[in-house]
Write a new protein. Structure first.
Length: 257
């Protein structure tokens, strides 16, 4: 990390009208939720093909429910951290602000972000593998094999490997990436597509793209700079400086009236 990049990010954000953000598991790391890759990551203890594919669910729905029930419990037991809160604050400071997350833990919403594009679904909902109807994931859905009224099996409303992202959510995230003045890539390894492609599309369309991640990822070569520190430190630091430079957007629009 260099102090120079901090100033460049502040400078770019101060001039930006359209800001978009892509977050990954690293943004929730300081809430105590494990990331996927690397030592101690979720995929170290579980094979993706056993728990995160439609085939896995067809083979052993109880195993898949157990895996996601444990993740839901962990998410419910955790709280948003300073990174989630800073992103929620940033939403009020730009004419357009779009937050896309690969996370399914619901922590952005709980931190106060009003609009969150959940690219990989959410642990807060389930849907029927038969008729497709969706409902909130409530505690009465016991572990095992909960069933929909139509007789089909409910499944977590998570996008599994081999499945398409929700079309409308994706379209909006892609539009935001292509039109952003500044694009922030926070706490993701950039290993999973199409989500990682958003950051590349933003860079190709001319956004200043900055990575906030203690580790450089394979996408870093596309970016304009980076803050190599934990998101819960970097984002509040950025927001503190920004807040003094950018009034809330309500105030900005009333200035123009
Ligand atoms: P990964 O586990 O692949 O990457 C987490 C990233 O967070 C790494 O680059 C870490 O260096 C970084 N990181 C760790 N602690 C951090 C911190 N405190 N602040 C900032 N960054 C930190 O997780 P994702 O990129 O989110 O998909 O993984 C993408 C997708 O792969 C997930 O949505 C999930 C997974 O398989 C599905 O389940 C469909």
């Amino acid at each position: 990390m260099s102090g120079g990049d901090f100033e460049r990010i502040i400078d770019a954000l101060s001039k930006a009208d359209r800001v978009a953000v892509l977050t990954g598991a690293g943004v929730s790391a300081e809430s105590g939720i494990p990331t996927f890759r690397g030592a101690g990551g979720l995929w170290e203890g579980h094979a993706i093909e056993d728990v995160a594919t439609p085939e896995a669910f067809a083979r052993d729905p109880s195993l898949v429910w157990d895996f996601y029930s444990a993740r839901r419990q962990a998410a419910l037991a955790s709280s948003p951290n300073a990174a989630h809160r800073a992103l929620a604050e940033m939403e009020t400071r730009f004419l357009e602000f779009h937050l896309a997350t690969q996370n399914v833990d619901g922590l952005h919403g709980r931190a106060g972000s009003r609009r969150v594009a959940e690219l990989h679904g959410s642990l807060e909902r389930v849907r029927c593998a038969g008729c497709g109807s969706a409902r909130d994931w409530t505690d009465d859905l016991a572990f095992g094999r909960p069933r929909c009224g139509c007789g089909g099996l409910f499944r977590p409303a998570i996008v599994w490997f081999g499945e398409a992202l929700p079309a409308e959510v994706w379209r909006e995230a892609e539009r935001a990436a292509r039109t952003a003045d500044v694009y922030l890539v926070v706490g993701t390894s950039g290993e999973v597509y199409p989500a990682a492609g958003l950051a590349i599309a933003a860079a190709r369309e001319g956004a200043a793209v900055f990575e906030i991640n203690p580790e450089a990822t394979s996408l870093a070569r596309f970016f304009s700079g980076a803050l190599r520190e934990p998101a819960a430190r970097a984002l509040p630091r950025l927001f503190t400086v920004l807040a003094s430079r950018l009034p809330e957007t309500d105030a900005r629009s009333s200035d123009k009236e």
